[in-house]
Write a protein that binds this ligand. Sequence first.
Ligand code: ADP
Length: 359
Amino acid sequence: MKKGTLNPNIKLKLSLPPSDEVYFAKFLTQSGTFMDGDLLVNRDGVRVVSQSESEAPPPIKPLDNQLNLADIDTIKVIGKGSSGIVQLVQHKWTGQFFALKVIQMTIEENARKAIAKELIINQSAQCPNVVMCYQSFYDNGAISIILEYMDGGSLSDLLKKVKTIPEPYLAAICKQVLKGLLYLHHEKHIIHRDLKPSNLLINHRGEVKITDFGVSAILASTSGQANTFVGTYNYMSPERISGRQYGSKSDIWSLGLVLLEFATGQFPYSPLEQDVGWASVYELMEAVVDQPQPCASSDQFSPEFCSFVSSCVQKDPNDRLSANELMTHPFMNMYDDLHVDLSAYFKNAGSPLATLNLW
Ligand code: ADP
């Protein structure tokens, strides 16, 4: 028979499996990638992978440098910060979830160089209490940063739900934040410079991780951007907000304010005209520099908590304890016997991001 002609005597028998949906589901990954044996196909093309890879593509690890913006699907916007939007994204080939932070802006050459340097440091930071930065790109005026996805959102989101955080949970949260700070300060010699509730992220495993070090602070200090970053000034130490030299103890001041806010449900400084907010950064600056430092009320909190906050919130940085010293403060271990379950606490608080049934 010639090629291209059909022999009328041969009957073609096509058989379909009982349910095509079940049949195809077997070959489809969560992201809609078709997988069969060594073949991976999705709408971006075909890839041949080894047999073991096709069963469970190895998860992408930090420092792999194999992430590409073209290889990720956007699922939804999960946050809006002072510097841009954050999206939940999924890697097409491995199915892994990441958070993609996109900062759209025209910035000066110097700031861009500083950010590039900062991002390289971020990528090299590997600590269980610091959000992993997988890769970053600068393209067409936008900085895109691929981060570890934290499915509970931020402690700022959590605080809106729970109003105040009881001491035993605070101690457990604080221990993790301190471990992150200990790593940044004492191992990497990095100052975070923007420690605040929205930069402390949580997940369903009860983990608390620090994110966003360096980059926001550079953006905040870039001319023309300062006004959009007023939130960033709230937690700034007196030496920093008044433009003096500052070091890692500046983060310890911020930690103290953050803990006070978590415990009382309120930011410790309040503007003269409460409903209008701070008239300017200078009004806040005046309060932080001139007013006595805030403290935890001994009527409402344990002496250990009050002492911990006071060890952080001292106007002279030399009077503040370091992350290392704070680790051995009695507040850190006073609730150890309770074995608090942060995972359950975060879950019960109902995370605004609990959309992926990962909880
Ligand atoms: P800001 O600029 O105010 O520090 P970001 O832009 O970093 O805030 O983040 C805004 C919000 O996006 C956060 O409050 C948090 O809810 C969410 N978010 C940021 N990074 C992540 C992440 N890695 N995983 C999950 N959610 C995130």
